[in-house]
Write a protein that binds this ligand. Sequence first.
Ligand SMILES: Nc1ncnc2c1ncn2[C@@H]1O[C@H](COP(=O)(O)OP(=O)(O)O)[C@@H](O)[C@H]1O
Ligand SMILES: [Mg+2]
Length: 269
Amino acid sequence: MLRALNMEPIDDQAVAVSKITATDVKKVYSTKKSQFVALDRVSFHVDAHEFVSFVGPSGCGKSSLLRILAGLETMTTGTLSISGHEIDGPGADRGMVFQSYTLFPWLSVRENIEFGLTLKGVPIFEKRAISDHFMELVGLQKFARSLPKELSGGMKQRVAIARALANNPEVLLMDEPFGALDPQTKNSMQELLLRIWEKEKTTVVFITHDIEEAIFLSQRVYVMQAHPGRIRQEVVIPQGLRENLDCKDSESFIKLKKQIISLIGAHEE
Ligand SMILES: Nc1ncnc2c1ncn2[C@@H]1O[C@H](COP(=O)(O)OP(=O)(O)O)[C@@H](O)[C@H]1O
Ligand SMILES: [Mg+2]
């Protein structure tokens, strides 16, 4: 009976379906001697074209959550779907950018960006057009032939972002992508990511332990806590917060930052 009901056609106009829906996700890591609850009762949603961050102290399960979303790790219990489909392993609908540089060292910038397209057998002229577009988007046109070892950390992450986007994923999953960069590079990468997000309208799930970064980039922030990893609160970032250039010094920004710090119960890093 339920099955039959589920198969009724859904009127897209009437039902707003989230891009990602997670309900009561639990992750237990088991070793021979013990069990460790890394995530417990984690429920959230991410709408299409939304930029949502998860912020929380080290060890609160942020990377576990992202790996589960990526399909690289299984959850112990709970439900998790993207565009209405249960996550069942990695898929081309999700692009990933991690903190550590995951470029292929023997491939040029262009070949790295084209990697997924090559696997899919995309014709060369189409592949070139796509890699041109994304190299321009991240400002690396002049480095098409360079190898990763010739690039700075920020440039490598720009290639990683371009490579993820070139596959036209439904969702971009990012785990502390700017965590290893110096503050100045980090700031310019944040601004670049925002420009890309506004232009490409990608749905972004962004993991960070940097509260300022989460507020600056996101429309909504899920604040997590550790032991066990849980969502403590959802914080909606007011539209227009980023409007002035020095927004990180503005009163409303600092107020939000204090609010999140007190939620986490941690001191500023
Ligand atoms: N493969 C694993 N086996 C056992 N414990 C793990 C594993 N991966 C992560 N953990 C533990 O789960 C907790 C959450 O880790 P993680 O998801 O990496 O948190 P975060 O990214 O927020 O720092 C940590 O206490 C970590 O030690
Ligand atoms: Mg982590």
